[in-house]
Design a protein around this ligand. Structure first.
Ligand SMILES: *Cc1c(COP(=O)(O)O)cnc(C)c1O
Length: 408
């Protein structure tokens, strides 16, 4: 038997079934009308924001990186909970605008911004985190043509990365940001252009659980910001420290020690150099805010045995859960937290693999896990499905189409 990832806190059994926000899985599926289904718990999202605010210094603003989950009801929920939004495309800007979110709270990072996207962002008053000198020149030209003063920040490619992070976004050659040694020249040019100077965006990595590593990266980020601000000849109005805090997905993963990260940052904030004395700081996070709030529910449509191994074949799969299948940036496939939702408090009785309905061996949601004996009609829950699920999976593969989504 292979271990399964840890089920996040906040889920309980009710009449033997998994309950999400106090409601039974079968009831939620009945309400949605079909499986597969993503269910997100608003209470768990609120609790996460509260937990983060309690741990972090008050001076730190919190942004939601919406690429983790752009579901409209979640965007509207966050609008009342956090301080800003980070987007990575013109499409995401349109989604935020549709949710009625004030573009003044939005910053736009991401390589390869097209002219039309720059124009829409400048016209809306969004802060651009510029990824290159070329992009800066295009943004200034477009702003001049529109007769609008643009809000410009520089995304810095730091000369360090986040140790132990699942996704490294800095250190060495990268398609993201402007190499640190070229930043002062560009910031001087932006300030001289008359644009509203919005400072730096420094994102060194993502999905880290080691508080020490995260705190050390934040220390380096603040030092780099101070050095670059000095060299730019202006106090720094704003600094986005990036994100980095991950969630436990796999067996043995332990949640990041938030109070420790917060205490280390508070200590840094006490000792800021003059050039950062009045800086507005924020962190931007996606998966940490929403990842554990979501569950993917799928129904078993076949139970079969091949060469003595049990396969529970579901109506879902990697087309909604690419990450859980191990095909979204993982090197070695390990099991996500997966359970039989309709027998949530039943003991483990057998070893089984949970697979999807796609005709590819990649479509595996749990490999040789321990489960209660499940049969056709039972519901399977894949946890940690709130981030990079629905929007980061190839929903159109094999003509399957998207899953239903629900915020409860
Ligand atoms: C993806 C991304 C994030 C969010 O990362 P998470 O791991 O979901 O917290 C934050 N900032 C930038 C610039 C990103 O590209």
């Amino acid at each position: 038997m292979k271990p399964l990832g840890p089920i996040p806190p906040g889920f309980a059994a009710l009449d033997g079934e998994l309950a999400i926000a106090g409601r039974k899985a079968s009831e939620l599926v009945a309400q949605a009308g079909s499986t597969p289904l993503f269910v997100y718990s608003a209470d768990l999202i609120r609790a996460r924001v509260t937990q983060l605010r309690a741990a972090m210094p008050q001076r730190l603003a919190l942004n939601y990186a919406m690429k983790a989950n752009p579901y409209q009801p979640i965007l509207r929920l966050f609008n009342g909970l956090i301080d800003g939004f980070d987007i990575a495309s013109g499409g995401e800007l349109a989604m935020l605008q549709a949710a009625g979110i004030d573009p003044a709270k939005v910053s736009f990072a991401g390589p390869g911004k097209r002219d039309a996207e720059l124009e829409a962002a400048i016209a809306a008053g969004v802060t651009l985190n510029l990824e290159s000198e070329g992009e800066a020149a295009r943004a200034l030209t477009i702003a001049e043509r529109l007769g609008i003063t643009p809000q410009l920040a520089i995304r810095v490619n730091p000369d360090f990365d986040l140790k132990g992070s699942g996704m490294k976004m800095g250190g060495g050659a990268k398609p993201f940001g402007v190499d640190a040694d070229r930043v002062p020249a560009l910031s001087r040019q932006i300030i001289a252009s008359g644009a509203v100077w919005r400072g730096f965006h420094i994102f060194a990595g993502s999905q880290a659980l080691d508080a020490e590593a995260i705190a050390d990266t934040q220390r380096q980020t603040l030092e780099l910001a101070a050095r670059l601000a000095e060299a730019s000849g202006a106090a720094l109005p704003h600094c986005n420290l990036g994100g980095g805090i991950g969630i436990p997905y796999f067996p043995g993963d332990v949640p990041a020690d938030l109070p420790r990260i917060g205490a280390a940052l508070a200590e840094r904030f006490e000792q800021l150099p003059d050039v950062l004395a009045d800086t507005h700081f924020c962190m931007e996070m996606g998966r940490f805010l929403v990842g554990e709030s979501g569950v993917y529910l799928t129904r078993i449509v076949d139970r079969k045995v091949s060469h003595g191994e049990v396969y529970l074949v579901t109506d879902g799969g990697l087309h909604h859960q690419l990450a859980a299948s191990g095909n979204f940036g993982t090197v070695v496939r390990r099991n996500y937290p997966v359970a039989i939702a309709s027998r949530f408090d039943a003991p483990v009785e057998e070893e089984a693999s949970v697979v999807g309905c796609l005709c590819t061996p990649l479509d595996r949601l749990a490999d040789k896990g321990g489960f209660p004996r499940a049969d056709v009609g039972d519901l399977v829950a894949v946890f940690c499905a709130g981030a990079y699920g629905a929007s980061a999976s190839p929903a159109m593969f094999l003509g399957q189409g998207p899953a239903a989504e629900m915020l409860v």
